[in-house]
Design a protein around this ligand. Structure first.
Ligand SMILES: Cc1cc2nc3c(=O)[nH]c(=O)nc-3n(C[C@H](O)[C@H](O)[C@H](O)COP(=O)(O)OP(=O)(O)OC[C@H]3O[C@@H](n4cnc5c(N)ncnc54)[C@H](O)[C@@H]3O)c2cc1C
Length: 413
């Protein structure tokens, strides 16, 4: 699609939130265009095909799946939703982590999370690390779990933000890929690809949007780009929106990366099992073995470990994981593993990270970021969701909220 010269609403970004906003506006027959910097839709939802399998290098789990709007949308679009339980609900394989140790760890984890819940009622905001048992045997592993959940270690994440998150406990998957299901919405919407937005001038009667592909004007704009890009001011607002930059700075993007390895003789390992990596000074990786029964291992890296491996260049994730898995299950596996696909979300210029967390003292920044400005500039994206932040369904709901706000604002008085 080519860039139009005028529309009622411009949506910036064709990720889960921008597509959800677009879907809502399309249903209401409002004229709009979605401007997307990348050559594809989906943003941080991205399914690639490698080794004959669809692989989600971005979001993979329909969290709160029984309430998650993407569960219904995916099925309505002909995708298959797998309702089996996730591997993290079961014990890990015992390589390097005995059943007794796992029981001990689980107890420490339950105690830690109980402390967070109890503290949330009474106390002022604090980093999650304040609630670790001093010198606790499992603190490093609890920190690693935080890097999967929050994208950062416990000392950087806010207690108040953490406890605001809601989760029904149901976690499902899309067999053909969560990213593919989300991107599919883009096929029916007016999306202009390869169209990075450079500036937004809201000083006049209409909002003027400057892009690398030309300019257009609108009555209202919905901005859905990730917080790191708002904080870095990659889109210039005139007049400046200092409160949005500040809010976004309180909600940085944590880092999580995935690596997929093909696995020969896969039948030696149980389907849908998992393996904990060793604890390294920068964190620990987690390995999901034979997802959907495919001959694959999906490795997950978070926080400082993911950052270090991204910075070490192409092939670093694969070399690290193959060495580590061989150290745990035996050297024979080395020749049976081959890297198929990996992500580098912090190096990606259109995300610069994986998902948002709030710095201690900044849990309120989500509401500030989501607040409409002048009833013409609206903000959506996972970071704007009050209770489902960091997720694709949080992104969806924030997009729908922003679209509803726009429609209310465009009503004749
Ligand atoms: C490794 C990883 C694992 C994850 N796992 C899960 C999971 O299991 N379950 C879950 O629910 N969530 C998960 N997430 C999070 C989920 O993917 C995101 O929260 C969600 O996709 C964010 O959607 P969004 O619309 O807010 O942002 P985005 O998807 O980032 O969309 C924003 C869009 O804006 C575009 N853009 C940026 N700059 C510009 C510009 N200047 N002009 C125009 N367009 C621009 C981007 O290209 C992008 O398409 C994971 C994420 C990662 C990275």
């Amino acid at each position: 699609m080519r860039i139009p010269s005028e529309v009622d609403v411009v949506i910036i970004g064709a990720g889960a939130s921008g597509l959800a906003a677009g879907r809502r506006l399309a249903e209401a027959k409002i004229s709009f265009a979605i401007l997307e910097a990348r050559s594809r839709t989906g943003g941080r939802a991205w399914t690639v095909n490698a080794g004959g399998c669809p692989l989600d290098v971005g979001c993979g789990w329909l969290h709160s799946a029984d309430h998650n709007p993407w569960s219904k949308i995916a099925e309505a679009e002909g995708f298959t939703v797998d309702r089996s339980d996730p591997p993290w609900g079961k014990p890990a394989l015992e390589y390097g982590f005995s059943a007794d140790e796992q029981r001990d760890f689980r107890k420490a984890m339950e105690t830690f999370y109980r402390r967070l819940d109890e503290a949330s009622e009474a106390s002022s905001d604090q980093p999650l690390s304040d609630f670790l048992e001093p010198g606790g045997k499992w603190n490093s592993l609890l920190n690693a779990i935080s890097t999967y959940v929050n994208g950062v270690e416990l000392d950087r994440a806010s207690l108040h933000d953490y406890v605001a998150y809601e989760d029904s406990g149901k976690n499902w998957r899309v067999v053909e890929g969560y990213g593919a299901a989300i991107s599919k919405l883009g096929e029916k919407l007016p999306v202009v690809l390869n169209c990075p937005v450079k500036s937004i001038d809201h000083s006049g009667k209409r909002v003027k949007i400057e892009t690398a592909e030309g300019n257009l004007s609108a009555r209202a704009v919905i901005v859905t780009i990730p917080t790191r890009l708002i904080a870095d001011q990659i889109i210039r607002f005139t007049p400046e929106l200092r409160e949005k930059t500040e809010a976004a700075r309180g909600l940085p993007l944590g880092l999580a990366d995935k690596l997929f390895l093909s696995l020969e003789d896969a039948a030696k390992f149980p389907k849908e099992s998992r393996l904990f990596g060793k604890i390294h000074p920068l964190g620990a990786a987690n390995y999901h073995i034979r997802p959907f029964g495919h001959p694959l291992i999906e490795a997950y890296f978070g926080g400082m470990l993911a950052r270090e491996l991204e910075e070490s260049g192409e092939g670093a994730f694969g070399a690290f994981a193959i060495d580590e898995i061989a150290g745990l299950v035996g050297n024979d596996i080395k020749t049976k593993l081959k890297a198929l696909a990996e992500s580098h979300w912090s190096r990606d210029p259109y995300s610069r990270g994986s998902y948002s967390f709030a710095l201690p003292g900044h849990a309120g920044a989500r509401a500030k970021l989501a607040e409409p400005f002048d009833n013409r500039l609206f903000f959506a994206g996972e970071a704007c969701s009050p209770e489902y932040f960091s997720t694709a369904h949080g992104a969806y709901e924030s997009g729908v909220t922003a679209a509803d706000q726009v429609m209310a604002a465009l009503q004749p008085a």
